[in-house]
Design a protein around this ligand. Sequence first.
Ligand SMILES: [Zn+2]
Length: 470
Amino acid sequence: MTVLVQNGTILSATGRRAGDVLIDGESIAAILAPGQADALGIAPDQKVDATDKYVLPGGIDVHTHMQLPFGGTEASDTFETGTIAAAWGGVTTIVDFAVQSAGQNVHECLAEWHEKADGNCAIDYGFHQIIGGVDEESLKAMTYLVDNEGITSFKLFMAYPGVFYSDDGQILRAMQNASETGSMIMMHAENGIAIDVLVAQALARGETDPKHHSFTRPAEMESEATHRAIQLSKIAGNVPLYIVHMSAAQALKEVAAAQHEGLNVFAETCPQYLYLSLEEHLSQPGFEGAKWVCSTPLRSHHEGHQRDLWKGLRMNELAVVSTDHCPFCMKEQKELGVGDFSKIPNGIGGVEHRMELLYQGVVTGELTLERWVETCSTTPARMFGLDKKGVIEPGADADILVWDPNGHTKIGIDDKHHMNMDHSAYEGFEVDGKVDTVLSRGTVVVENDEFIGRPGHGRYVKRGLSTYLN
Ligand SMILES: [Zn+2]
């Protein structure tokens, strides 16, 4: 089966050119100059017309949580619904998190996550491993996963004491292990011990509304933890360290300083931190703000975090945009925290909207087209060892997004989003551009405003070591 994506403008992280993409089976066979296919007498089995459209590598979202158990409930997207929503949004690979908690066996936990995902995903997927209990056994398992399971990144938490929290000694030991195997440490950098004190004090004062979620997790809690993680990574032999879901300008400064020092420190941010704020969203009256309870929290607009995060993206202080997709419905889920903000499940759903929201950054002049491709596809692939993804080149997987820059996208439940949520964090957002056609390993999965893929098409991808450092 051959497919020709023709007459489009092919985008990469380094430039753009007119051309056609020839796909043979699941891989890209060649990039052809306009008209070259006819001249060579190539008659593809299927044609995708990309006239006046951009042709770019499919989006790669390296931070999602499908079916994640959290706070007495479970994230509302299954691997099936979540990956279908991702495909609708031009995403062709996710990297989700298998979860180990203290006392659990890492191998059994990973098997459990495979069981949730395998045969249910509409697009390709990989796993990071969360290590919630660092001990002799889990350290050994980390090495095994790198060598045998295609899992080359491990997430630790400086937040959530009693749940996923690791103390500094445990963090150092895990980092030393990662340093030996060449793998990556991902860090939720917030000082959870101090945050829990502020939360208890706020609740004792009767401050129970959702906005207090942000007031009790001030930016200093994120920058302090970021700084500490960086120091520990340096002691552990300059182990690659990737700070997840950065929301505070102060934390970004710590990352920039570490990079200036030559340390292997990287960071991502998410659309919610670029577009949503404490004042406009989390502080909405009554319980409405619960829709925007996530950690790290949305921060104050007037403090300039959003502006600084956009700048960080331009400067490559922030290398990646992911979503931290962790959807919960208001009904029966977010509602668990009525009268006590600390019981609101933490998370925002956005896997469907990252490409759209970041393209809007191109429209408004925050990013170039190339930087859009780089932060949403090419760098995520290189950062996390997805060797055949993130580029349109011969030999790469034929994961392709055809993007219509003249289209228009309305976001929200009124416009029937595909995530399994009863609300949208971006309700009413309207952006320029539109997902036109999506191919996953050579198969068209979205076209003409229709999902024509299937659950089970997506395959588990064993990842190699990060190639971002090479
Ligand atoms: Zn997360």
